[in-house]
Design a protein around this ligand. Structure first.
Ligand code: THU
Length: 140
């Protein structure tokens, strides 16, 4: 799938975001860069907690930062992840909870870019990564 220049730039920002990861337990650093409908960029990192379940993923950090600023319309997100002190060698796919949170605010054609490097990435739509999802329509 083709991505725009702005969307490709998100990968660079996701690597910058990952540097802020607070991951003293897993030592896995995740960075996300979220492109808004107005071409703004929100960054997020994972923020772990000694009570592991209280951890917040990078994708949700970026989305919640944007929503708390009143922005709820998005085009794409780039996600990167790697073990602290190591190169990024694998694609870091959004977890199920993050996919569900994306589905609250993003259209089915929202692009999810998972990247190993600036030039080695894959692109999916939200509907590809979260088909047949549960949403607001189900509780009307
Ligand atoms: N993590 C994310 O930030 N995003 C995901 O989609 C998957 C997992 C984080 C949570 C935790 O801090 C670390 O990766 C290991 O699970």
């Amino acid at each position: 799938m083709d991505i725009s220049k702005e969307e490709k730039e998100l990968i660079k920002w996701a690597f910058i975001a990952a540097k802020k990861a607070y991951s003293p337990y897993s030592h896995f650093c995740v960075g996300a860069a979220l492109l808004t409908a107005e071409n703004g960029i929100y960054l997020g990192c994972n923020i772990e907690n000694s009570s592991y379940g209280a951890t917040n993923c990078a994708e949700r950090t970026a989305i919640f930062k944007a929503v708390s600023d009143g922005i709820k319309s998005f085009k794409a997100i780039a996600v990167v992840g790697y073990l602290e002190g190591n190169e990024s060698t694998d694609y870091a796919y959004p977890c199920g909870i993050c996919r569900q949170v994306m589905s609250e605010f993003c259209e089915p054609d929202f692009k999810i870019i998972v990247a190993k490097t600036q030039d080695d990435y894959k692109v999916f739509t939200l509907s590809e990564l979260l088909p047949q999802s549960f949403g607001a329509d189900n509780i009307k």
